[in-house]
Design a protein around this ligand. Sequence first.
Ligand code: URA
Length: 225
Amino acid sequence: MIHPEHQRRAYLQAMGIDVWLPRGADEPGVSDVESGAFEAADLDWNELRQCVTDCTRCALASSRTQTVFGVGNPEASWMIIGEAPGAEEDRQGEPFVGRAGQMLNEMLRAIGQSRESVFIANILKCRPPNNRDPKPEEAAACRAYLQRQISLVGPDIILAVGKIAAQNLLQTDEPVGSMRGRQHDLDGVPLVVTYHPAYLLRSPSQKSKAWSDLCLANRLSVAAA
Ligand code: URA
């Protein structure tokens, strides 16, 4: 059950009304409420899914067909994080269902995983119009949802596919080429960066590097399990 006070604040916030709290009260700060960190951090899986479905935290709410929460095993040891839904994902409500999704499926099969065994999510839950890059404020508005997904899944390894996922998760502007091939840490969870499947479709010669990233992620997941 969502606590009625949390729900009230979420409604007020969705309507664009600031929620002010008494200084020093045993309550979350206004900035937490505004960032969504507070409301998402307490939610269970179903509540979180509902919150995402109803989300109006950024302007993408008005152009989406539907939200794309994520798919797979909610207790997966692998979590795959991409950028944002594209046209097909927006239509079907599932991440990575287009051509890039087929490529991702192949990558997963190569390491003995599948869409059902891992959990797949994106930095954004809504499609940016014309598949443009997510804006920083959109990624910030969505961050608490992904953070809560990561803490509920509790993965042994996170695979960030592509620049947008890696840069947003690690809060850096380093290029993928220099982030891939080594271990990162996201709040104690090992994280490996690799190329986005859409990029691998355009540049198949980079597949061997992606393969070595997957092997690294596999080793780290075994060590962390
Ligand atoms: N690309 C992504 O990063 N995510 C999707 O869900 C689909 C394509």
